[in-house]
Write a protein that binds this ligand. Structure first.
Ligand code: CP
Ligand code: NVA
Length: 308
């Protein structure tokens, strides 16, 4: 029976907090949880959830994952705790470490998350920052693994904003050896430092392509992936954004350029007929709800490694 292995890093702040081998291990473990081959007991373990931004999937999938492991979660709503009043992170982190066994945090800046990890004595998990969404990428690559035997044969094309989701896909793709293509409008490229790190990880840096041409990027792709054009906290200038992203919608035309057995992914929530047409969203190639379900399985696997 596969057993969770302790990860070298105490925290999961970034997709790069796991090695390639650890990433494969977490995905294998997630599959075992999904197939109900694994039952582990983390009775009395408590996961604190600090969410400075809204969430449906991440919050609920962490709650259910923890409950399936026999533990519990505490929802530390920043508005009803002293966090919202501006208590320093270094104080909050030291206090919560004495009550909780791990903290999953959704916030704006990656440096705030790093500040939590500096002062916390329990694992900190990135539940989304402006820079990365590493738990999402775990679920995305589990969904891809379920469809294709070998990551090395996969071309993943992300069309849209070079945002947190794109950044984590790039890093995870580099670790797993999948080809990642990002098609984004000028000025909306993924984080340059993340792109550089990914290129260093790939044996062949041609496997990461960033361009402004969704049609070229979709050519022969096995996975077409998109996310909202405006991430949480960036909702101003919607009209300008819609102009900039004209042509960056996943639709049947883009799908027809992809491999005939390509799958369509979206991290959700989605705006129909903006980043993806209703047809493409609801079509038979959609694996979006499998992907959403997989959030729970990968987080169960991640928690069992971090709490082991
Ligand atoms: N995909 C995702 O993180 O969804 P939520 O914002 O609902 O958690
Ligand atoms: N890029 C989106 C992802 C939401 C799950 C955001 O940050 O709002």
């Amino acid at each position: 029976m596969l057993k969770p292995q302790k990860l070298v890093s105490a925290n999961f702040l970034s997709s790069l907090d796991v090695s390639k081998e650890e990433l494969f291990h977490v995905l294998e473990l997630a599959r075992e949880f999904k197939n109900k081959n694994l039952k582990l007991e983390f009775k009395d373990k408590v996961l604190g959830l600090i969410f400075d931004k809204s969430s449906t999937r991440t919050r609920v999938s962490f709650q259910v994952a923890m409950s399936r492991l026999g533990g519990t979660t505490i929802d530390l709503n920043p508005n009803t705790s002293q966090i919202g009043r501006g208590e320093p992170i270094k104080d909050t982190a030291r206090v919560l470490s004495r009550y909780c066994d791990a903290l999953a945090i959704r916030t704006f800046s990656q440096s705030d998350l790093e500040e939590y990890s500096k002062w916390s004595s329990v694992p900190i998990i990135n539940a989304l920052t402006d820079l990365e969404h590493p738990c999402q990428a775990l679920a995305d690559f589990l969904t891809i693994k379920e469809e294709f035997t070998n990551f090395k044969d996969v071309i993943l094309t992300f069309v849209g904003d070079g945002n947190n989701v794109a950044n984590s896909l790039i890093l995870c793709g580099a670790l797993l050896g999948a080809e990642v293509r990002i098609a984004c409008p000028n000025g909306y490229e993924p984080n340059a430092s993340i792109v550089n790190k990914a290129k260093q990880i790939y044996n062949n840096e041609d496997l990461l392509k960033i361009n402004n041409d969704p049609c070229a990027a979709a050519e022969g792709a096995n996975v077409l992936y998109t996310d909202v054009w405006s991430s949480m906290g960036e909702e101003i200038n919607q009209k300008e954004k819609e102009r900039d992203f004209n042509g960056f919608t996943i639709d049947n035309n883009l799908l027809s350029r992809a491999h005939k057995e390509a799958i369509v992914l979206h991290c959700l929530p989605a705006y129909r007929n903006k980043e993806i047409t209703d047809d493409a969203f609801e079509g038979k190639q959609n694996r979006i709800f499998e992907q959403a379900e997989n959030r729970m399985h990968v987080q169960q696997a991640l928690l069992s490694c971090l709490l082991s």
